[in-house]
Design a protein around this ligand. Structure first.
Ligand SMILES: *Cc1c(COP(=O)(O)O)cnc(C)c1O
Length: 428
């Protein structure tokens, strides 16, 4: 398709699918027949390649036992580094600046333990009031470990409308008292992309270290962490990267910080050739690998080999191009079919501001989500009134977007949501 001229018809969805260069990847995923999966930004689906690479690691265990650390196609001793290299193009880094290790929240703890060096008069951390709760809990506890009160030392930039952040407000809060800034790349609810380049530049002008939580962007949106001179970043691999539930997380440290001693040290942060010297003096790796702590969770990392190969094949630019068209199409359909039912958009509409999902706000959101599941569509719900819908470039078709909007229309027309209680489940 050369140009996109929106039409609300099913035929138009079919035309978009016919012109979709990534449509061939759909058959590589395990999709449940009769179900439309719109939750790939909470837990990405399993691909056959990811399954195969997991089975390969299991096979290595079967076959080699302890020798699996150095034998097989993906020796476990170098696994985290290899996956770091495979991930680096997704964040605009060189291979040795990225490592797979631990969990998102654990990596945030590691990075704040490393980079937050409070001094008299400069001892605050700047975050925002819309970020993911786990990040805030981690920042609060890191302040407490320094004997600082989170009430006064964690500054959370306010949102003017409860959905979006303004870079101007964030920059205005970068006072002389701030030592560290931690922000999301893409907000988990509104899907707003922050201007990381500008924020990094402004932080550095003021002598402040800055890091980003990339959970909602890595694998969906391109980044240029090196070019922007971002100090550090961390993200999960189970959302857009389809690494499986609890998949080992990602961590980026700009090479200008390779001389820094990790705040939390463990033997897997050693230089590889010296780790087994078993000395009591830590010989730090000269790479992001230094920020690992203990033995890597091999089986929670193995699916990423197959998954990241697909990202390498397709390239993040192509993934982003399709993602933008998927969400644009979604919004156009909603504008055309659903606005009379009291929905409003909670996501920014501009391409440069919009991440990879859309948010529909509605007072009955919790039970509309339940009715959607009953219609075979898997959304997710976010308090207090948000339906989050994430079409995924590698496996969502335009026809599924069309069908999702038809399901919503049926639910609203027939008030089918009234058969459910308007409260969320234990997991949303
Ligand atoms: C999903 C998500 C997390 C989750 O952290 P875990 O340690 O993997 O549980 C953290 N931050 C953001 C922004 C997220 O979206």
């Amino acid at each position: 398709m050369d140009t996109y001229h929106f039409q609300p018809t099913k035929e138009f969805a079919g035309k978009l699918d016919q012109c979709d260069a990534l449509a061939i990847y759909r058959k590589e995923f395990y999709l449940t027949p009769g179900t439309i999966y719109m939750d790939g930004n909470s837990l990405g689906l399993l691909s056959k390649r990811a399954e195969k690479s997991l089975l390969n690691s299991l096979e290595d265990w079967k076959r080699y036992g302890i020798e699996g650390w150095t034998e097989g196609d993906n020796p476990w001793f170098y696994f985290s580094e290899r996956l770091g290299e495979l991930s680096a193009p997704l964040v605009g880094a060189s291979g040795d600046e990225v490592i797979m290790s631990g969990s998102t929240t654990g990596n945030l703890h590691q990075l704040v333990a490393t980079f937050f060096e409070p001094k008299e008069g400069r001892n605050k951390i700047l975050a925002d009031e819309l970020t993911f709760p786990s990040d805030i809990y981690a920042l609060q506890s890191q302040l407490l470990l320094h004997g600082l009160d989170p009430e006064t030392h964690l500054v959370q930039v306010k949102s003017r409308d409860g959905k979006l952040l303004m870079e101007d407000d964030i920059i205005a809060a970068m006072s002389e008292e701030v030592a560290l800034v931690v922000l999301p790349t893409v907000l988990y609810r509104s899907g707003q992309i922050l201007d990381m380049k500008r924020l990094t530049k402004e932080a550095h002008t003021r002598g402040i270290i800055i890091g980003f939580d990339g959970c909602h962007s890595v694998g969906a949106v391109p980044h240029q962490f090196d070019e922007w001179e971002v100090d550090f970043a961390f993200w999960c691999n189970y959302k857009h990267l389809n690494g499986g539930p609890g998949s080992v997380a990602g961590l980026y440290v700009n090479r200008k910080h390779f001389d820094k001693r990790p705040g939390l040290t463990g033997w897997f942060g050693s230089k590889k050739d010296e780790q087994f010297d078993m000395k009591h003096s830590f010989s730090k790796a000269d790479s992001a690998g230094a920020f690992q702590i203990g033995t890597p969770h091999i089986l929670s990392m193995a699916p990423l080999v197959g998954s990241l190969e697909m990202f390498a094949e397709v390239g993040i630019e192509q993934i982003r191009t399709k993602s933008l068209l998927l969400t644009q199409y979604f919004m156009d359909l909603i504008d055309s079919e659903l606005m009379e039912y009291g929905f409003s958009f909670g996501n920014p509409r501009d391409d440069f501001r919009r991440g990879a999902h859309i948010i529909l706000e509605h007072p009955e959101a919790a039970r509309i989500c339940k009715a959607l599941k009953n219609e075979g569509v898997i959304p997710d719900y976010r308090e207090p009134d948000m339906i989050r819908l994430a079409p995924v470039s590698l496996y969502t078709s335009y026809q599924e977007v069309w069908e999702t909007v038809q399901a919503l229309k049926k639910i609203m027309q027939g008030k089918l949501y009234e058969s459910y209680e308007n409260i969320r489940g234990i997991i949303a």
